[in-house]
Design a protein around this ligand. Sequence first.
Ligand code: HPA
Length: 240
Amino acid sequence: MSMNIPTPHIEVKDKGVIADTVLMPGDPLRAKFIAEKFLENVEQFNSVRGMLGYTGTYKGRKISVMGSGMGMPSIGIYSYELYAFYDVKRIIRIGSCGAYTEDLDVYDVLLVDEAWSESSYAKTQSGYTSDTTYATPKLNDKLANIAKVLDIPVKRGKIHSSDVFYRQDFNVYKNIRDQYGCMAVEMESFALFANASILGKEASCILTVSDSLVKGDVTTSEERQNSFVKMMEIALEMAE
Ligand code: HPA
């Protein structure tokens, strides 16, 4: 598809304003929080639909951060526009997830290698028929290495990207965990990885456990906004 910038959902007119690496939290206010707390020389490049995007420097290196919204249609639109029309090279989703296994506690940090989904996103988008999409292995190895250097424990593996937050049958998660080997659930990675793959770009996802479906632990939205700093510090090191 050929399209000019600005795109329907991103208003900045100069491609160069957006860095090669974009961090994407789901919540645009979390993007604002990251820009204000961690970045210098901050420039806001988007506010269309309140989907705030910023570019700045982290330890003197350029990086952007922008909200993705919730769910695969939303991250599908924003990541496609960033990759295809703004020449962004890599997107690292930084999000929250619900734990499917006893082994995970709230605030654990996960590095996602694979996303399983019942979503039709990839099939509709490109004819891709597998139910699993993959993070970029080289990028994940870099992120794992950064985590090691920062002494932040991360668990690597497969997660469930779901289209539904409120299921009629809560217990369905147990089948998905046992049948597909998913350790946690979120709602975006499958589509992000699908877009990166068809466009020849890099993608990864780091998640902080915000709640446990097994143990019933939950965090408040304020804690989510303010305490997910470890995950952010790993991703911010990808600034160049
Ligand atoms: N389900 C889906 N997405 C999520 C959850 C959940 O329980 N927690 C955080 N993101």
